[in-house]
Design a protein around this ligand. Structure first.
Ligand code: NAD
Length: 481
C-alpha cells in the first residue's frame, strides 16, 4: 500500500497498513538515485505485530477451519499474486536492479509456492502407533505458532513466499522482516493475502533495520519459530538469540558452490549452465556456480569458452532485460570489486572483467572470469555474491571432490559427465544439500533445498519443508475395561 504522489510505502501490521515515525529510502541501483520511501517499523510496531499474531494463534483463526478451506485460501492468494505480477515486476526490477523478466519470474514462482502448498494444507496427517489392545496412540501435527521470517534482498518476493506459503498451509501466524535495500515489492504479497481474505493479524510484513527490528523479533519471548535466509554472520547472531528461548530455526545461509566438469562432459551443457549458474541475477544467488572445477584435458578449452561467453553478455538496466544488470547497491558493488582486487593480488589469472562498467553510473560490475584459482586464495572459499566465477583445474576424480568439498559451505554442487556411474559417485561424494547433474539449478519448488556446514540447516521447498512449520504431538490413551 502506498501514497502515489510521494511514492511512500507503508508497513502491513496486524492486518492494517501503518506508517512509521521514520522512513527508509529506496534506491534504483542502475542510477544510484532514491525513488521511493517506506515506513521504518519501530519496537512498538514489533509489539503490535506480535500481539496480533498471538491473538490469531489463541483464537485459532487459521486452524479452526477445515484444512481444505485453508487450501482454498492459499489457492486464492496464489491467484491474487498472479494478478499483481506485472505491477510487482516493475517495482522489484527497479528497487533491486534485476531484469524485468527475472522480477516477473519471482512473482510467478511465488504464486506457484502458494498453489503447491495449497495442495498440501489438507494432507498434514498424523500416525496411529500400535501399543497393544489396552491403548490407542496417535500423533497430530500442530502449527508452531508465531513464525518469524527474516528475508534477504536478492529474491525478496520469492524467498518470502517460499516460507510464508508452507507456514500458512500449516496454520501459523507469520511476521516477515523485509530487507532494507529491497523492501517494496514484497509488500505486494500482503496485498495479495488481504485480497484473498487471509484473516486479519495472521500476517505482518515489517520494513526496518535488521539489527533493531529483526533482532527484536527473533529475540521476542513469544516467537515460536525463526526462518532466516541471509548471511552467515547474521545467521550466527540469530542462532544465539534463538538459543535463549530454545526456539527452533531454519537457517538458509550462503554458499561457495562448485561445478565439476569431467573431460567427457558435453561442453555446450557446461557453458549454458555457467551462463545461468553464475550470471543469472548478476551472481547474487546463494546457490550460484561460483566455482568451476575442470579436468585438465579440457581446461584451456573451457576457460576460453567461458571467457567468450562473458565477453558476449549484454549489460544494462533491468527494464531492458540484459544478461547482466546492476548489483543491488553501490556498497555491494564495492565489496565485489574488492574481492576481485584481492584475487589478483593472490595470483588468480584474470581472464575477463574484474572491474566496474565504465560509462554506466550505477552499481555495475563486468561479468568476471578468473582462472588458476587455488584453495589458498580468498576467491576460492569466500562468497562473492556477484558475477564472478573462479576456475580451477583438477586431474583425478578424487581430487575433484576434495576441491569441491574444500570450503566451509555445502549448499549445492554440480557434476558434468556422460558417465552415469561417475555422476552417481559424485552425488555420493559431494558434500552439499543438493547435487545437480548436467544442468545447474535443475530441480524446482518441489525439491528440498538447503545446506550443510556454514550454508545452514533445515530444508525449504518441497513436501519436506512443510514439516518445519509443525510440531508433533503424541496422544497416548489407556482404554479402561
Ligand atoms: P544479511 O544477513 O545482511 O541480511 C538478511 C536479513 O537479515 C535482512 O532482512 C536484514 O535486515 C536482517 N538482519 C540483519 N541483522 C539482523 C539481526 N541481528 N537480527 C535479525 N535480522 C537481522 O544478508 P543479505 O545481505 O540480505 O543477503 C545476502 C546473503 O544471503 C548471502 O550470504 C546469501 O548467500 C544469503 N542467501 C541465502 C539463501 C539460501 O536460501 N541459502 C538465499 C538467498 C540469500
Amino acid at each position: 500500500m502506498f501514497n502515489k504522489q510521494s511514492n511512500h510505502w507503508l508497513n502491513f501490521i496486524g492486518g492494517e497498513w501503518v506508517d512509521g515515525k521514520t522512513s527508509i529510502e529506496v534506491s534504483d541501483p542502475s542510477s544510484d538515485s532514491v525513488f521511493a520511501t517506506i515506513a521504518s517499523a519501530d519496537l512498538g510496531d514489533v509489539e503490535c505485530a506480535i500481539a496480533a499474531a498471538r491473538q490469531c494463534v489463541r483464537e485459532g483463526r487459521l486452524t479452526r477451519q477445515r484444512p481444505s478451506q485453508r487450501a482454498e485460501l492459499l489457492y486464492r492468494i496464489g491467484s491474487e499474486i498472479r494478478k499483481l505480477a506485472d505491477e510487482g515486476a516493475l517495482l522489484a526490477s527497479r528497487e533491486n536492479g534485476k531484469s524485468l523478466n527475472d522480477a516477473l519470474g519471482e512473482f510467478t514462482e511465488s504464486a506457484s509456492y502458494f498453489e503447491y502448498y495449497a495442495g498440501m494444507a489438507d494432507k498434514i496427517e498424523g500416525k496411529s502407533i500400535p501399543l497393544g489392545e489396552d491403548y490407542v496412540d496417535f500423533t497430530t501435527y500442530e502449527p508452531q505458532g508465531i513464525s518469524v521470517q527474516i528475508v534477504p534482498w536478492n529474491f525478496p518476493v520469492s524467498i518470502c513466499a517460499r516460507s510464508l506459503a508452507p507456514a500458512l498451509a500449516a496454520g501459523n501466524a507469520v511476521i516477515v522482516k523485509s530487507p532494507e535495500v529491497s523492501p517494496l515489492a514484497i509488500t505486494l504479497l500482503a496485498t495479495a493475502c488481504e485480497r484473498a481474505g487471509l484473516p486479519k493479524g495472521v500476517l505482518s510484513i515489517l520494513a526496518g533495520p535488521g539489527r533493531e527490528i529483526g533482532a527484536a523479533l527473533v529475540a521476542h519471548k513469544e516467537t515460536n519459530q525463526i526462518v532466516f535466509t541471509g548471511s552467515v554472520p547474521t545467521g550466527r547472531s540469530i542462532m544465539r538469540a534463538a538459543a535463549e528461548n530454545a526456539v527452533p530455526c531454519v537457517m538458509e545461509l550462503g554458499g561457495k558452490s562448485a561445478a565439476v566438469a569431467f573431460s567427457d562432459a558435453d561442453l555446450d551443457e557446461v557453458i549454458s549452465s555457467v551462463k545461468n549458474g553464475i550470471f543469472f541475477n548478476s551472481g547474487q544467488v546463494c546457490s550460484a556456480m561460483s566455482r568451476l572445477l575442470v579436468q585438465r584435458e579440457i581446461y584451456d578449452d573451457v576457460v576460453g569458452r567461458v571467457a567468450e561467453l562473458a565477453r558476449g553478455l549484454s549489460i544494462g538496466g533491468g527494464k531492458d532485460n540484459p544478461d547482466i544488470t546492476p548489483l543491488v547497491s553501490m556498497q555491494q558493488r564495492d565489496g565485489v570489486l574488492e574481492l576481485c582486487r584481492q584475487a589478483e593480488e593472490d595470483g588468480a589469472r584474470l581472464i575477463f572483467g574484474g572491474r566496474a562498467v565504465e560509462g554506466l553510473p550505477g552499481a555495475f560490475v563486468q561479468p568476471t572470469v578468473y582462472a588458476d584459482v587455488t584453495p589458498d586464495m580468498r576467491l576460492f572459499g569466500e562468497e562473492v555474491f556477484g558475477p564472478v566465477i573462479a576456475i580451477t583445474p583438477f586431474d583425478s576424480e578424487e581430487e575433484a571432490y576434495e576441491l569441491a568439498n574444500g570450503t566451509d559451505y555445502g549448499l549445492v554442487a554440480g557434476v558434468f559427465t556422460q558417465d552415469i556411474s561417475r555422476a552417481l559417485r559424485a552425488s555420493q561424494s559431494l558434500d552439499a544439500g543438493q547435487v545437480f547433474v548436467n544442468e545447474w539449478f535443475a530441480g524446482g519448488i518441489e525439491t528440498p533445498f538447503g545446506g550443510n556446514g556454514l550454508s545452514g540447516y533445515g530444508r525449504e521447498k518441497g513436501q519436506e519443508a512443510l514439516y518445519n512449520y509443525v510440531r508433533t504431538k503424541n496422544v497416548a490413551i489407556r482404554i479402561t475395561r
